[in-house]
Design a protein around this ligand. Sequence first.
Ligand code: NAD
Length: 289
Amino acid sequence: MKIAFIGLGNMGGGMAANLVKAGHAVNAFDLSADALARAKENGCATFTSVREAVADVEAVVSMLPNGKIVDSVYEGDVIGHAPAGAILLDCSTIDVATARKVTADATAAGYEMVDAPVSGGIAAANGGTLTFMVGGSDSAFARAEPILAAMGKAVIHAGASGAGQAAKICNNMLLGASMIATCEAFMLAEKLGLDLQTFYDISSKASGQNWSMTSYCPVPGVGPQSPADNDYQGGFATALMLKDLKLAMEAAASVDADVPMGEKAAALYEAFDKAGQGGLDFSAIIKML
Ligand code: NAD
């Protein structure tokens, strides 16, 4: 297929390269000249505007920083400029309301569109092992699935438009809260005189077991290899976790949902970010506890 890819940053760069590897012709656009140069090295054709990049494609994929930018790119330069009938896939993490609005506008203009945010970081984007959670109609999902499969290991239909973003922020709210709970349990165990490896051996086989403990342990030298073993470099940045928690808080407010643990996690990550630690992996919040 001929596919336009908009937003070739940390995530989008590797995703576009995987579409090329799968045999697609990829038209790339990014505001950054460096990102475009890397896309060219990876076999993409490069363009100087969104409108030119989408002019003759069958699909448009985007991986952009936030909802405001997604809205302006689609409303200004994709809808009405990509060929009629093209399938549109936004893989950015954005708010549910904007995802639904842009899809509604695209649908009114004769396109099919899905929101398809990802789980997995830069390594998974480069390796083609992302998990996609997809919101959209059955027919939009059927068309989007083979394109997403070239960039990931799992493509799951979450429900109607916006459901992909809803799944993503609910999952990451749970992750943020469970990481903090795991960190504070280890720190309390230490203060109570327990050896941390011994606590891990017990809790990883007891009812406190969770992903933040057994797959991504925040304590250096305990559990499998994780960013904690690399001085909290790489992994999933605190600033990105905070972005997702803020989206979750906005979404919760919009439907009057009570999310006290999520609120607390958002406040703690905000404090850690304000302390200048936004670039560290999100498990580094153990240092603040
Ligand atoms: P990034 O900042 O590295 O990349 C974003 C790219 O978009 C940049 O290259 C930027 O130049 C480009 N861009 C911005 N405005 C543009 C415009 N108007 N037109 C064209 N290009 C434009 O960010 P990233 O880490 O690749 O994240 C992208 C999205 O993926 C975000 O929504 C993020 O929340 C989500 N995400 C990131 C990770 C991660 O680990 N980095 C994991 C899961 C999801």
